[in-house]
Design a protein around this ligand. Structure first.
Ligand code: RUB
Length: 332
């Protein structure tokens, strides 16, 4: 059995336990894990290195099921590895290829967030009241860029139970001086009528333009729709899901009950089960536009992005690097 590099195991564990979180960060960390696999490999043949990369990829794909950026980052690297393998590339060349490709993915991803910040900031106006949910680097980039351009606006952040990622957003905005109100998730509709815009990130964008993001996002979208408030999504193109073109559904992660109630407290109410889905789906009808690093698109154009980015990939190739679950004993 091919052994997994200890540092790669640690990254996988950090993703699973949400020490590394947010779809963009997860994707970059997976690319970094493959880079480390190649750099630290003691393989003497390129076929052995490919096996090690495959094992790392499998482990990473088993960590969290919803962020499509994770399989997309692994595909970006592994498809090039497969091509190189067909050309019988030598071990050292293969190692360099992985390092180069992973570095390229990480840099492209960081640049994409920066570009989304610049493009999205054009839609923020002086005096705006803006609501956001959870913690998204892409959304924070939009708000910070607009603020640095001299625009003055107020942000309302939903605290985002059960893990309170809204607090991370509030802190990041407060650090740069953006006036921010932290609200409980249940106050979304109460405040929505005052808002001009709502903006959220994405873990996945489906071919029909539906957006998968932190649980509660679809309620924010619904309240925005009711109050005729513009609803924006900020998402890099590697969050668009090519699998959904083949009719696959994005898996919604359901996390443990202990995030909501301690085991002891739960035992005291034996007829109660806790349900804890981590993400939900906002239909395209509730989304005004999606800000990507390639420009602003209506959700209905998501399929064009997928065709452009992933059109040359066959269904078989796509299915090779899907998110799946390992048996318990294999878990990181
Ligand atoms: C994070 C979340 C974020 C998206 C986009 O969920 O839903 O809105 O991942 O984030 P979790 P980014 O905390 O469960 O990972 O723009 O940073 O990629």
């Amino acid at each position: 059995m091919t052994k997994v590099n200890e540092k790669v195991k640690e990254i996988a564990q950090d993703i699973k336990r949400m020490k590394i979180r947010g779809a963009g960060k997860i994707a970059r960390s997976a690319a970094e894990a493959l880079l480390i696999t190649a750099q630290q490999s003691k393989a003497r043949k390129s076929s052995t290195l490919v096996k090690e990369l495959e094992t790392s990829a499998k482990l990473l794909l088993s960590t969290r099921p919803t962020a499509v950026s994770l399989p997309n980052s692994i595909r970006y690297i592994m498809f090039r590895v497969r091509e190189a393998q067909k050309r019988n590339v030598k071990l050292e060349d293969l190692r360099s290829l992985v390092v180069k490709t992973a570095t390229e993915f990480i840099q492209n991803s960081e640049n994409a967030v920066k570009h989304i910040g610049e493009i999205g900031a054009r839609r923020i106006e002086d005096g705006d009241f803006i609501m956001t949910h959870c913690n998204s680097a892409a959304v924070t980039a939009v708000l910070k860029t607009a603020f640095n351009q001299g625009k003055r606006f107020k942000v309302f952040v939903c605290e985002t139970r059960p893990r309170f990622q809204g607090r991370i957003t509030a802190k990041a905005l407060s650090n740069v001086g953006i006036p921010t109100s932290l609200i409980v998730d249940g106050a979304t509709r109460f405040f929505m009528a005052k808002m001009d815009k709502a903006i959220v990130g994405a873990d996945a964008v489906a071919a029909n333009g539906a957006v998968v993001n932190k649980i509660g996002t679809s309620m924010v979208a619904l309240a925005a729709h009711e109050s005729r408030v513009l609803f924006f999504v900020a998402a890099e193109t590697y969050k668009f899901s090519p699998e959904t073109m083949l009719g696959q559904l994005v898996k919604i992660e359901e996390r443990g009950s202990s995030e909501i109630l301690s085991e002891k407290a739960l035992k005291r109410i034996p007829n109660v089960t806790v349900r804890n889905p981590s993400f939900d789906i906002t239909p395209p009808e509730y989304i005004d536009l999606i800000v990507t690093e390639r420009g602003i698109i209506p959700p209905q154009a998501a399929i064009m992005i997928i065709q452009d980015e992933f059109g040359s990939i066959t269904a078989e190739e796509l299915m090779e690097y899907q998110i799946y679950h390992l048996a318990d004993e294999d878990e990181p």
